[in-house]
Design a protein around this ligand. Structure first.
Ligand code: ZN
Length: 216
């Protein structure tokens, strides 16, 4: 699938941006749907929409998700559950530390240009194990880290010595940096600049289930 996405993305880069898929809904509407679903989840009033056999049959013919979420692989942060959504609703990319390497960027690019998504949420979470590893690795000044921890290094470096909890500070900084990187990426920057695409950051609280939206 990754290869297919990469191929599509290369083809897209060569094509004109005019070929971008019509929006499934506006970024504002999509964000509202996500946050309303999160409120249901927090309150324990799940509606579990779009999880019926009829919905399965409907989306088997084609998908038009209304939002994309880049979340951590952490088993406690599945977007479909914490936003109370179902099949075909959210285009999800999950990787430890919710970092955005080129494969992640191209996956999100696919959801925007080919599936009609107009809002991308980068979702970090409190006490993220990947960030904890990066903070501890940084303290040890260990240069020999793998690609994932390398992606987290700028957030750890930027928050070093800041007051407060170093992990929570780095979690927030990492979300902000990933939002910024996506917004300035070759793939997505034109749509962000034209106002057609919104990229937002949020922090998921493992204890309460709430999502705090980060300011620009
Ligand atoms: Zn995590």
């Amino acid at each position: 699938m990754v290869l297919a996405i990469a191929a599509v993305s290369i083809a897209t880069t060569r094509a004109v941006i005019a070929a971008v898929h019509a929006p499934t809904m506006s970024a504002e509407q999509a964000l509202k749907l996500l946050l309303e679903g999160n409120q249901r989840f927090v309150a324990g009033k799940l509606e579990r929409p779009n999880q019926t056999p009829a919905r399965r049959a409907e989306v088997a013919k084609g998908q038009h998700p209304f939002a994309s979420v880049l979340a951590c692989s952490d088993s406690r942060t599945p977007p479909e559950i914490i936003f109370d959504r179902g099949l075909g609703d959210i285009f999800t990319v999950r990787v430890a530390g919710n970092v955005a390497d080129q494969v992640v960027i191209e996956s999100l690019d696919y959801s925007v240009k080919h599936l009609g998504v107009r809002v991308v949420m980068v979702l970090g979470h409190r006490r993220c194990g990947a960030v904890i590893a990066a903070v501890e690795g940084h303290e040890e000044d260990n240069e020999d880290v793998g690609p994932m921890l390398r992606e987290l290094k700028p957030a750890v470096a930027a928050t070093r010595g800041m007051p407060g909890d170093p992990v929570e500070n780095a979690v927030r900084e990492n979300v902000k940096l990933v939002v910024k990187n996506l917004a300035s990426s070759q793939e997505l920057s034109a749509l962000v600049k034209s106002g057609e695409l919104k990229i937002v950051g949020g922090i998921y609280d493992l204890d309460t289930g709430t999502i705090e939206m980060l300011k620009d």
